[in-house]
Structure formats: C-alpha cells, structure tokens
Write a protein that binds this ligand. Sequence first.
Ligand code: ATP
Length: 880
Amino acid sequence: SYKAPNGANGQPKRQKKIAVLTSGGDSAGMNAAVRAVVRQGIARGCQTYIIREGWEGLVRGNNTEPTPAATAATSPALGPTKSVSFSALPPSQQLSLSSGALDAEDGSFPHGVNYTDPDWIAPLSDAPLSFGYGELLKDGAGEGDIEELSAHGAMGLAIADKEDEKGRSLKGRYIVRVGWDDVRGWLGEGGTLIGSSRCPSFRTREGRMKAAQNLIKYGIDCLAVCGGDGSLTGADMLRGEWPGLVQELYENGQIDDEQKEAHAHLNIVGLVGSIDNDMSMTDLTIGALTALHRICESIDSISSTASSHSRAFVIEVMGRHCGWLALLAGIATGADFIFIPESPPKSDDWETEMCDLLKSHRVVGKRKSIVIVAEGALDRNLKPIKPDYVKQILVDRLGLDTRVTTLGHTQRGGKPCAYDRILPILQGVQAVQALLDATPETPSYMIGIQENKITKVPLLEAVAQTQAVAAAIENKEFDKAMSYRDSEFREMLQAFQISSSLAASNHVPDNKRLRIGMIHVGAPAGGMNAATRQAVRFCHNRGHTPVAIYNGFEGLLDDNVSELSWLRVDTWTTRGGSELGTNRTLPSHDLGQVAAAFQRHNIDALLVIGGFEAFHSVLLLEQARKAYPALQIPMIHLPATLSNNVPLTDFSLGSDTSLNALVDACDAIKQSASASRNRVFVVETQGGMSGYIATLGGLAVGAVLIYTPEDGISLKLLQQDVEFLQKRYTLDVKGKSEGRLVIKSEKSSHIYTTETLTKIFKEEGKEIFDARSASLGHTLQGGVPSPLDRTRAARLSLRCMQFLEEHAVPNAQHLKGKRHYSIDTACMIAIRGSKVVYANMDEVLKVTDMKLRRGTDEWWADIKRLAEVMGGRSGLMASS
Ligand code: ATP
C-alpha cells in the first residue's frame, strides 16, 4: 500500500490539495480545463476538488463538516476502484521536469513551454492514482456507494441538488472531492459542468474571508480559477489578502494553530475562459474560437438567404471592449463592413462611408450586404453604434431591404471546437505545474498562449493591460488601443479592409502593375479558396491583375488560365475543396513547357497554394531558374494541407478544418461506443507520414491510445496496449463502463493495419471489451472550412501578396536579363508561433525529410505523451 513520503521534519509530507472553479460568463472549453487540472493534479499525486458555482460556491462552502478523511494530510485515494502506483515506473520512462521552462528569461518576458523540449511534460507522481470517482457523498466514499451520483461523471453534478434514496446529495455542498473518472466525457461538453455565477459577496472582504475559511477547512492550498478578467482580479485579491485573512480567522478562533501554520500561503493560478478573447498577454482565450464557430455558422446561413432575396443584414455579435469576434467573423464570412470598439470608422460621417462602400459592392453586382456590429462598437466620439440605427441608415439611404439579427447567447458556445479542447488541456496541465512550483515569493500567474507556446505571466499585469485597452478607448486613444492588440489582430484588420474595398485610391502606378499567377497544387484543403479570394482582392485593391491557373501545372500546360474578377471570388471564404482545381502533378513533368506558359501569360509573380507537392513545386521552379528566365520571378508557397506535414510551419491551412472534422466524427463514434458500454473504436485517420492529425485529434477527443507513423507499431507495444485496455476496463465501475477511442494514423504500420489491430483487440478483449473500426478517409477534408482556416488564409495570403509585390519587377523585365533573382525571392510563408515568417527554399530544405515528406522537427511531437497521461495509459501501465 502507498505510504506518503516524509517531509523535512520527518512527518509525512502534506499532500497538495488542488481545487478548481469556473467563474464569470461561461465559455466552451472550461470543462476541458477542469478535466485537465483534475487529471494532471491526480497524476502529480495531489487530491483534487471542484468548487461548484464559482466564487459563490467557495463563499458558501458545504453545509456538512468535512470528514476526517478529507482533511487528513494524506488521505487515502478515494473511489470504488483500485489504486495503482507510479512508483514502479522505470526511470527511463519517467518523464522529467524542466522547472526552468516557464521562468522569465530576463525577469520581464515569460518564456513559453517549448513543446520540442523533451522535458516539457512534468514527471508523474509516485503517489497512488485512483481511477475511481470522487467523494460525491456526505460521509466519504465506499465501494459502489457513489455509482448513482456519478453515473457518467458529470451526472453527479447535474443532479447535484437531488437526494438519492440513501439521502446522499450535493445539496448545500459546493466543495467536492473528485476523482479521475468524474471528469470523463467532459471534453465535448459545452459551458461549464461545475457551474458558474457572478458573486457580489466575493467582492467584499467579508465574502473573501468566508472563502478563505472554507479553503482552510478542506485543507486546500492550491486554487485554479478559470474565468474572465473580473474573476482573475478576484483571485489575485484573495491571494493578496491571504495572510491578513488567515490571521483574522486565527484570532477569531475559526482556525487552529496547525491550520494557521499549514495555510500560511495560498497558491493561485488563472486560466482565461472568455468568449471575447479580450485578455491581454495571451493570444487566445478558452472559448473564443468556439464562439467564432457559432457566429460563422449563423452568418453563413444568413448569407444564403440574404443572397436569395438580395437583402442586407446587420448582425450584432458579442464583444464589449474587444472587436476580435466581429473582426474575425467579418473576414471568415466575407462581410462587407464591420464596427469594432478599438478601431471606429475613420470619418465622423461613418454613415456615408458605410453606404458608399456597400453601394460600390452592389454596383459590381453583389446581391447581399452583411454588416457586423460588435456589442461595444463606438464612433470616434464614443457614441455607441447600434444595429437598429445602422439598419435605418441602409433602408433610408440605399433603399435596401434590411434585417437585424442579434446572435446573443448562441455565441456562448455549445460543443467546443477542436482547439477549445486542445488549448485548455495544454493550459490546465501547466496550471497544475504553476501551482506546484509556486512559492510565497512568486506572483499569481495567468496561464496564456503566445506564439504557440503555453506561457505564464503575472496575473495582475495581464489584467492591468486588459483594462488599459478599455481605458484607451474611453480616452479616444484608438491607435493606442490598437497597439495593445497583437500584430495578428492588426494584420487581420488590414486584410479585411483590403478585401472589402473597391476604391482605386490604393492602386500602384501603372508601370508597377503586375500579373500575379495563382495555382493550387496537391490535395484540396480547407482555406485554399479563402486564401485565393484574399489574393484576388489584394490585386484589385492595388491595381494588379489576378491570373488564375486552373487544374494545377497540367492546366497551365493546357493554357487553362484566366483573369479573376472581384465578384467572382466573393463567396469563396466559405467554400471547401479547391475552386481552381488541383492535382499532384509537379512542374518537373515538363519544366520547359511550364516556363514557356509563364512567358505566354506574362506572369510576373506566382502564388502557389498547397501541401508538400506545392513546396516541392516551388523548389523545382527555383532550381530551374538559372535555365529559364521566365521562372526568374518571385514565387511564394502558402502551405495548405490537412496533414500539416509541410516543414517549418506550425500550421498549414486545412489542418484546423480537418481536426474539427475528426472531432465531430469521433464524438459521434464515441457516443455509439459508449452506448454499447465496453467497445473500443479504432478510428483511422489520413495524414500521410505525419501523425499530426492523429496526435492532436487524439488529444482533443480523449483517445486512450494513439498510433502515428513517427512512432510506428510493434508487437511489444501492442501487447502493452492490450494489457492497458484490459486493466482499464476492469477498473471501470460495474455497469458503468464507457466506450473508448483509439486513433490510428493510416500509415502507422504496413503490417498492423486498422483491420488487424481491431481483430487483435477484439480477440484479446474477450469478455471484457469489444472492438470495432471506422475509417474517416476523405471526410477529414471537411466540408465548410473552419473559421480559423479562413482567417489564417486571409492573413497569410495578404502577406504572400505583399511579398510578391515587393519583389516583382513588372513588364517582363526579367526576360530581358535586367535582374538577377536571389534565392530569397522563392519562399515559403510559415507560421512560427504567432509570427509569420518567409523562409527561402534552402532554409526549408534544411528541416525537410524529402523521403518521408514531412519536417524533421515537429513542435507537436511530444503531445502524444501528454495524451497518454490524460487518457490514463501512462499512469496505469507504470504500475505493471
Ligand atoms: P466575463 O468575461 O464573462 O465578464 P469575468 O470573470 O470578467 O467574466 P465578472 O462578472 O467580472 O466576470 O466577475 C466574475 C466574478 O468574479 C464576480 O461576480 C465576482 O465574484 C468576482 N470579481 C470580479 N471582480 C472582482 C474584484 N474586483 N474583486 C473581487 N472579486 C471580483
């Protein structure tokens, strides 16, 4: 049996107790954050608690006294199932900790977690790990006691206020110990299952005193708070006042000497759950992307009816001080005009500005008009801009049949999108790390994400910066407000303005005008059309000519080439597949003919959109430049492939759409697997020789096993995995077993195919579990591209066009030998964190495995290990 390790004084070391709460407005992904904190907490040897109903629950506490077991320094693991210990984990398999990974480099700017650092996942604890449920009853848990309450994890809370026949309930209980299985199935649930509220009493010292007393009563010394800036301000306030609160409780006789000593310090960490994406010092908040999904789905539906009836729609979206949702929705849906708080319309007479623009769109033949208004939209004089007024203007001045739609609470979420499952998991894990690392000297941290790295930043600083944006807007300092937003926000705004403006004022002089070729190469991927649309709109905005090359290089050789109008691409943001047509033929098929075709069509610059073949094409064209002057033009590759196997870039267009398609399919499959209680589903994904989709998808759907081409499959591994599944199903509470997912990338093994794997699991599962398989195949290309892919497409495409414009020489000067092109004019555009970089072909080649068609160094390579911790495999197999 487990014995807690001794501390410095020879006494058993106190087991850390971590509680997690959600507060303020709910957002999709909060459940994933709670699940991650709970599971990582347990994996690190802590006791874990949830606090229901946010700060309110903490202030109220429980109407029953905690059991001795709950307050003991090292209470035994709870739950009806057996415990396993990590202690047997051989050192070679123990994941070691890089404690410095999150420390500030120079004391001011946070260092992110580097996923490629082999140590970024913290070591598992050698304390017992319970796979059972938590203490959802009045007087401690016993075998089988809590089955009813926790029928499917969340259920214990959903029926929280109802007593069962034994008189057990959560009525009046807000601080509840939870186990590993309480949080199963939470990844796909919207909102927050543990409840949230606004709590006026927590704003008072008295309320916070009660909260402190409750934390101490349960021995909780670590608190993770998921909420918006208000909730996190409250958290920091509690932390700041803590010593005073403890002293006062002691003096009032509400806590004893031992409690006073044990709770001299409270560790707090913040996770940002907010749909507005309004928190500074983090690129994205939990729930914002899901809200964007809901908005885009609504506007996509509205767009078709608007077009049918030639109507205008004014759509109000959330965002009091932040126009992120309105701006990104505007780009993703191809809206005509947007109003956001940070960047009001340029002129005082914005009514005319808007009408002129919408009229110009109608003049070229557009049948619909979409205007998006952020909740907090203002004019330059801080006068609110409201949808009804905008509608009236459109009716009065343009005579448009105009309707107003307020999206309201539909935006709050529902089912979290793929990234709103991945982000909270990564952040929840780091939140536990931050809590365990905290000392009385360290500030409270907020866990964020910057440049695709999970960061921790001083909570107060982030809150102060967030409030500074609102203050700048109030002071009419709009440039300042915009400067507080990240560069991505500013580039998105520019992309939107360029794509919706038809004015000739931005045209370059006649002698600088270019004919820019656009081609799709490889397999279709979500966002290809949106990127092409942005490129075409850029050309029209600057006076260049967009030249579409249909059907890839084969089409080029057939002179399947034509110019694209502004209107022709209008609806392309929402179109999946490839409007230009695409195939895998490389230019090496006939380089001479390709060069001749470029010359025939007077192509001055080339945008190539696609996956690995697209990169290969640019590489071949670059290498052929010496021989063919017609190829001495600037060219740029914009990565677009669902496999995300293009080297150097963190993300390619289409990979997010594909992850979402996988998550949707797996949610449905899991439901069926759970209905039959004990079924393992082996789900096969595409992805070529890259395990990106399988790995990130597996993390997002809570797969228990993931197979990738990078790691392959061996007999030994299979044997262990079968053993794991047998153990895991045996540990399930009787009759409460669940379906489980195994994600297998199609090229993980030639021998252990999906069919073979499924047969092995079926055979070895015997009476314990059953197995079935499903192949997602081309469904992974997704239907409608995800909002993230659409907006990324616009931003990246804009940067590609700026690159081509900067390096091109018009009027076929290159054919006259006037200019020598350097390698730096044949590039790939790559997302590196939240930065966009141009890398020339040599730089890309250095990190490319041409044979396996993938990068040599992937940022996500290690996430599979994290998925194994979250799915329980690491912990369970460590005991064998
Ligand atoms: P949202 O982004 O949805 O508005 P939020 O966390 O900012 O989320 P708030 O209503 O501002 O939502 O705050 C939630 C709760 O946090 C409040 O009801 C209150 O209990 C607590 N809180 C907010 N601000 C403070 C503060 N300054 N001091 C103490 N507690 C606070």
